[in-house]
Design a protein around this ligand. Structure first.
Ligand code: MN
Length: 133
């Protein structure tokens, strides 16, 4: 079964770029354009990974991440933060909110697929047995 990736991004151009970058890799891609929709879609469709723009309407990506992390179902789901404000301190802020990785904009479309596939690999210290290895 394809891995499900939820892309949270309010800018249509960036959304298009992310979709075009990830589509060839065989993921089921879900979309959300603001913080409330991000929560809704995440809860409804249980993505395997979330790409989270931080600057989004209604509720910012940090708050969405904090709320997701409070739910048992979203304890372990990798969340990759994306932000245009590549300022010192940003990384600490997104990690503290519960994100696993941080990508500054503009998005490096060559680097992204490898990062995503790496984060979707089962962690060695989990005791799940789902992939048959
Ligand atoms: Mn944005």
């Amino acid at each position: 079964m394809n891995k499900r990736v939820l892309i949270v991004e309010d800018n249509p151009q960036n959304m298009k770029l992310l979709l075009m970058t990830l589509r060839p890799h065989g993921y089921d891609l879900l979309q959300a354009v603001d913080g409330e929709q991000a929560l809704e879609v995440a809860i409804k469709s249980n993505p395997d990974l979330i790409i989270m723009d931080i600057q989004i309407p209604k509720m910012d990506g940090l708050e969405v991440t904090r709320r997701l992390r409070q739910m048992p179902a979203f304890n372990q789901v990798p969340i990759v933060a994306v932000t245009a404000y590549a300022m010192k301190g940003d990384r600490e802020k997104v990690i503290r909110a519960g994100c696993d990785a941080y990508l500054p904009k503009p998005i490096n479309t060559r680097q992204l697929p490898g990062l995503i596939s790496g984060m979707l690999k089962p962690k060695p210290n989990t005791n799940g047995d789902g992939d048959g290895r």
